[in-house]
Design a protein around this ligand. Sequence first.
Ligand code: URA
Length: 236
Amino acid sequence: MERLDRFLSEAGVESRRKIKEVIRSGRVTVNGETVRLPDQKIDEATAEVTLDGERIGREEKTVVIMMHKPAGCVTAASDAMHRTVMEYLPERYRRLMPIGRLDKETEGLLLFTNDGDLAHRLISPKRGIEKSYYAEHPGTATQEDVAAFAEGCVLRDGTKCLPAVLEPLGEGKSLVRVREGKYHQVRRMLASRDKPVSYLRRISEGSLELGDLPVGMTRVLTKEEIAQLESVDFDE
Ligand code: URA
């Protein structure tokens, strides 16, 4: 939620002081209603704001939501058979698009945005953003497994992966860091080392960490976090 005067000043409409007068004089509407209070709180992701009848701002404002995706739902806008991640998004954010995807049985960090360009840049293989996963599997990862990941795993169907990091965390647990997103990649990489995954959770993406966000919950990224996401270089 954001103050109406701040929203308008960030959209570049007049100076902050003048904006207060503009609002008080009844020239601004929010969701079709005239609002005369500069400190009125609005939902910057969904509010339709007009000044003198003209739509202001919202399209330029990037919203990014982080979800701790639960297992058992698919990353899709709709699905005839399964629950979807959309059911865990607060109603007002259901028009946002997922940035990339997680498998049905994988939990963890999943981002959503209203900014198609940002989504495209973040999932581009050229950009190679690092993603980390906590995995559980039978046995303990060995130095040979670590070396195979560093070299680039060869999956059972012969697909060669880019070099990745495998960090054994003791009996039955590992951390995996990858910079690409092939279908079921982490599961297939560990399976290629005879370590079929029984549990998988994405814990970070670039500089963003899932932290202690509870399963099934969402939070709105701060402006600073969005700026960080946007600032990573992108070579076409
Ligand atoms: N690797 C997988 O196997 N599954 C995911 O959901 C993401 C990465």
